[in-house]
Design a protein around this ligand. Structure first.
Ligand code: FAD
Ligand code: DLZ
Ligand code: SF4
Length: 513
């Protein structure tokens, strides 16, 4: 008797552990588009179309290689709407003596799978997710006994483990592990930014776009134009195009934001990495080779590699080490709702408007837009972690809870009390002004600190610090800001309080969408 091998929508790689040892004459591969996955949060339309199209292409390529694939489309009349329902249905058609799958990427799905042995009355072999470089158990061992978990030390261990950018004597090439201080060039409008990778939709993608438009048109986001890679071959072209055209400036302009330029010099590979079309080590090796061949400088290559083997693996480790508890962390006890303009873009704050509108159009925003504009505003105004997590999980085509939750709860909201980040990434308008050209076309004045025309980030920043003084003043990385605040006179303190109160009251009175 054969085995049933389940491949989830973010496991689209032929090297995935669940496929290893497949007997093509007996085993069945199950892939299914299900309503439950498409709606557990209201995903951006482009995200659903991207996953479905990549799934259909992957199934097609498996079939061409002689695998027996049982693929359910969302609109198949018999579709039960859930993973469990589809596994049951498939087993009714194909007698199997075991179910095999790779560890699901989200806790929610992993819990569902835990109930399968009993529900199906079959052994279920859940295998390590080999799309990642640090197995969950290894991360647990690394974290054991450490007072604080800091990405930098984890990252150095990963560099050693995979021998990345190392000299023969185990020292980092160039003499330093981290070149971040060279990576904060402010923006200039004369930058020559290469066009981003784009792949024209084929017949499969066009069918999926029609399906998503018919079924999910009430979800956030523009489905067209659709330009994502949906096959491994196309994703590899996207990788090469990044290495050849953008990587050299990745470091210099990593934090920069320009109006009308959503892509900058970032890689835009997270969509493909997170659904399995690309593997992290091949991206890392390609970047390292570019440096060795003199095509890209070390600050760019090291910076890119650090995001991949450092941050990406680190946040995943944090997620699995702390779930399910991590999802309910709310260190500041905040209850604010998400402002309606996170969906509509209708705000006079130009930085936020641009970031929301680009998110709506592309299901993408780069890291600094997510962290220092969209995230920073939510932190300063006290949006509750659940609401912000839901938003971030639904609007980006690269969003899965294992990566989204630690970034939002840990990095943006400091809702874990400093477990992931050593201090909150709170900032006033001057940071956004320095790193972008958004302020030039804003109704508010970034240089003005108080009053009706002042940039709201300016007073909200101080108000956030004051509201949370008890929790933050002992943090050595924040303490200096309290000294600055204390040196301001009483009139200034009153103005900060008043402006913030007026702004926050107005915000809370806005109609939700
Ligand atoms: P690049 O800037 O080119 O970086 C290269 C790669 O490094 C990315 O493709 C990604 O795989 C990895 N990476 C970079 N930063 C991080 C990080 N902080 N955590 C994990 N991986 C990282 N990333 C997601 O993949 N999915 C998410 O749902 C997600 N949500 C986020 C929410 C918030 C509030 C913040 C601040 C960050 C979030 N990130 C998320 C991390 C980061 O913003 C994206 O990975 C990045 O913007 C993707 O674009 P890119 O491929 O062009 O990245
Ligand atoms: C994101 C997503 C969506 C929208 N739809 C599906 C789907 O219909 N079928 C599927 O297998 N996967 C989908 N995915 C990706 C899953 O949400 C992802 O595999 C799990 O969250 C991992 O635990
Ligand atoms: Fe954003 Fe303030 Fe600049 Fe306006 S002035 S774009 S609100 S930072």
């Amino acid at each position: 008797m054969g085995k049933l091998r389940v491949i989830l929508g973010d496991q689209l790689n032929e090297q995935i552990s669940s496929l290893q040892g497949t007997d093509k004459t007996q085993d069945v591969i199950l892939m299914c588009e299900v309503q439950e996955e498409a709606t557990y949060v209201r995903h951006h339309q482009k995200k659903i179309a991207f996953i479905f199209s990549a799934m259909r292409h992957f199934a097609q390529s498996l079939k061409a290689q002689g695998y027996e694939v049982w693929y359910t489309r969302l609109n198949d009349p018999q579709n039960s709407g859930s993973f469990t329902g589809e596994v049951v249905r498939c087993l009714q058609q194909h007698a199997c003596d075991a179910v095999i799958l790779t560890q699901p990427g989200e806790y929610r799905v992993a819990e569902m799978v835990r109930s399968w042995p009993e529900q199906l009355n079959l052994p279920v072999d859940v295998r390590e997710d080999n799309r990642f470089l640090c197995p969950v158990e290894d991360f647990r061992q690394w974290a054991k006994g450490r007072q604080q978990l800091r990405m930098e030390y984890f990252y150095r261990d990963m560099r050693r483990r995979y021998r990345i950018l190392l000299e023969d004597d185990e020292k980092p090439v160039g003499g330093k592990w981290n070149y971040d201080t060279e990576n904060r060039k402010p923006v200039t409008t004369s930058l020559d930014i290469p066009p981003h990778f784009s792949s024209a939709p084929d017949e499969i993608t066009r069918q999926v776009i029609a399906l998503v438009s018919a079924r999910f048109s009430d979800h956030f986001g523009d489905i067209e134009p659709f330009y994502f890679a949906v096959t491994r071959q196309q994703a590899l072209v996207a990788l090469t195009s990044f290495i050849d055209n953008r990587l050299r400036y990745f470091g210099d302009y990593q934090d920069a934001m320009l109006e009308g330029e959503p892509w900058m010099f970032h890689s835009h590979l997270s969509f493909y990495l997170n659904c399995g079309l690309l593997l992290p080590l091949e991206c890392v090796r390609a970047a390292e080779a570019a440096w060795r061949e003199g095509k890209a400088p070390l600050n760019a290559v090291e910076g890119f590699i650090r995001q991949l083997i450092g941050w990406r693996e680190f946040v995943r480790g944090i997620y699995w080490l702390n779930m399910p508890d991590y999802a309910s962390r709310n260190y500041f006890g905040v209850k604010g709702k998400l402002p309606a303009f996170y969906w509509s873009g209708e705000t006079e704050m130009n930085c936020l408007r641009q970031c929301v509108l680009e998110t709506r159009k592309h299901a993408y925003a780069h890291h600094i837009q997510r962290l220092m504009v969209l995230g920073n505003f939510a932190l300063l105004t006290g949006v509750n972690p659940d609401a912000l997590n839901q938003w971030f999980l639904s609007v980006y085509a690269d969003a899965y809870e294992w990566v989204e939750l630690p970034n939002v709860t840990g990095m943006v909201l400091f809702a874990d009390g400093g477990y992931l980040a050593s201090k909150p990434y709170a900032a006033g308008g001057s940071y956004i002004h320095k790193m972008s050209d958004y302020c030039r076309k804003c109704r508010y004045k970034v240089t003005q600190k108080n009053g009706a025309d002042a940039c709201p980030f300016n007073y909200l920043y101080w108000d956030f610090l004051i509201r949370n003084r008890e929790k933050l003043s002992l943090n050595p990385r924040v303490a200096m800001m309290y000294k600055t605040y204390d040196r301001m006179n009483e009139e200034k303190h009153r103005a900060i309080r008043q402006d913030s109160q007026t702004f926050l009251t107005q915000l809370s009175e806005e109609e939700p969408q």
